[in-house]
Ligand binder design. Sequence first.
Ligand code: ZN
Length: 72
Amino acid sequence: MNLLRLIFIALAVWVIVALVRNYLRRQAPPRQPPRIGTIVRCAKCGLHVPAGEALVKDERYYCSATHRDARD
Ligand SMILES: [Zn+2]
């Protein structure tokens, strides 16, 4: 009977650990990937801007609409 009790205790502990883990996972804020995107260079002035904020034209990156639309 001792072994059966041991198995029961182990099972109970496992269930508690699983529940706590599940609870903690739900409490934790969703992990967001670090927003370190690719840095691109403005084809006009050479300013480095994140690719997400850069303006693209003809496969070239620009820091602003002024530089994008400017003629070389
Ligand atoms: Zn620029």
